[in-house]
Structure formats: structure tokens, C-alpha cells
Design a protein around this ligand. Sequence first.
Ligand code: 1HE
Length: 262
Amino acid sequence: MSEPLITYELDGNIALIGLNRPDKRNAINDPLVDELRAAVLRAHDEADVAVLFGHGSNFCAGLDLAEALARATGQIKPSRKRRRHNWHEVFDLIARGPIPFVAALHGAVVGGGLELAMSAHLRVCDESALFGLPEGQRGIFVGGGGTVRIQRVVGTTVMTDMMLTGRLLSPAEGLQEHVVRYVTPAGEALAKSRELAARIAKNSLETNWMIINVLPRVQDLSHDDGLFMEQLNSARARPPEAEKRLREFVDGKAAKIQDNQG
Ligand code: 1HE
């Protein structure tokens, strides 16, 4: 049997999902997207937080350009029916599902690899990471939600520069442009991501769901509609988990906020 394109492991309540095509720098082809969909749905069922990472020396080299060429030359036939783009579907399962995702990044994080990383809720990279959008050099355009997700995070100016010039961002620039929130020494992004995932897993599931589902939608709303949406959701957040956690604090049994520094 051939190696899986995606590895899946459950560590307590944290799912570890690994891109596993290191010989092709974890380039994304259709079979990999299918396996990723299955892994994400499994994590939705049995984990409270998931960590996404790449096996080998890179997180992900983006779209499989050999598959793209086969499609462009008609060797892979187009579907007879229009369907939702499989990347959009699967990346949205990550971005707007029931549990938070942390992406652990290293090496190349380019094109569709960056789009995939941006569907996670928190990104950590090590010093080897390089962020880029080389679509312009390949004669194609972003297709994995980058116009929506990357542009909202880094802004039109930075994304336009990355796409027009093919310029790569260093980890320090990634931090500055909010592509990542944490930078680690080489080889430590996965360990840091697991540590953050364990911390996130201590929150209530309900609050985690609201953080990842309400915030991005409110970002798209007007001031009034945003406050309305906030009120609807914060009213919903009370019993019974909140009551238990509020009581723990009032009774002096809850962790102090200082325990979460760093
Ligand atoms: C690939 C791919 C790929 C590597 N599709 N096969 N993405 C890119 O434009 C990035 C293209 N890749 C690279 O620039 C480099 O490969 C890396 C900087 C990521 C890594 O370099 P390196 O020296 O470690 O590896 P390599 O020797 O370039 O590649 C090793 C193998 O991986 C080689 O195959 P082999 O059979 O000759 O060993 C490469 O062909 C293969 N490989 N990257 C297919 N991307 C839906 S819209 C999204 C649009 C995009 O994502 S555009 C960005 C595409």
C-alpha cells in the first residue's frame, strides 16, 4: 500500500494533521485534497483543536504544477458539471468549522500552501519559513481563497506586491504583516503549535467556536450589524459551561490570567 498523502494522529483531544508528500514538497493535488477533507472531518468529530503541519523540509509548495499542466492540456478532463472548487470547500471546512486549527509552518509556504495556512486560525513559523505567491511567475492566479483570506490579513498593498513581484516574505516580515503570530527557532514550529493547541483546548468549546466563526463574519458586517451579531452570540454563551467557569473564578479556583503569558 502506498504512503498516505495526509497523516492523522490524535493526541488526547488534539488532532495532528500532516501533509505527507515530502518528495514533491507537499504540493497539493486532488488526491491530497480528498485525504485532507477526510482528516479535517475526522478531527471535527473527535478533536477539540487541530494542528496542521508539513512532513519533510517544507510546509507546502502550493498547487501541484504537474497536475495543473495535465489539466491545462486536457489530459485531465474537466468535470461536466460546475461544482464548488474542492480547495474552497476543504479550506472553508478548516476555517469555519467547529474547532480551531493551528498551522505549524517551515520552509516554503507558497501559493496554495500559503492559502491553506491562512485557513487556519493561528499560524506559527520557524526561522526557515518563506512566504510567497508565485502565481504570476506560473501564469496562473490564486485559487484557494487567497483573494479573500490573504488579502484581508495582509491588505491589498502587500498582497499585490507579493503577486506582482513574486517577492518572498521572511519570518520577520511574516510577523509584521500578520501572516504569523509566533516565530520559533528552526525545527520548533510544530512543538510550539502543539503547546498553543493545548492551551486553546482548555477554553470552552462554545467560546472557541464563536471566536473562529463570529469574528470573521463580523469583520464583513457594518458596525450596527456587527454589534447585533455580537449580542446574539454573547447572550448564547452563558449556560451551562460559562456558569461553571464563572463560579470557579468567583470561588477562587480558576487559573489567573498571568498563567498564560508568552
Ligand atoms: C513540485 C512542486 C509543485 C516542487 N508542483 N511538483 N508553486 C510554486 O511555484 C513553487 C514551486 N516549487 C519550488 O519553487 C521549489 O520546489 C521549492 C522552493 C518549494 C523547493 O525547492 P527544492 O530545491 O527543495 O525542491 P525541488 O528540487 O525544486 O523539487 C523537488 C521535487 O518536488 C521536484 O520533483 P522531482 O520529481 O523532479 O524530484 C519538483 O518538481 C517537485 N515540486 N514543487 C509539482 N508546486 C489553486 S491556485 C494556487 C496556485 C499556486 O499554488 S502557484 C504556486 C506553485
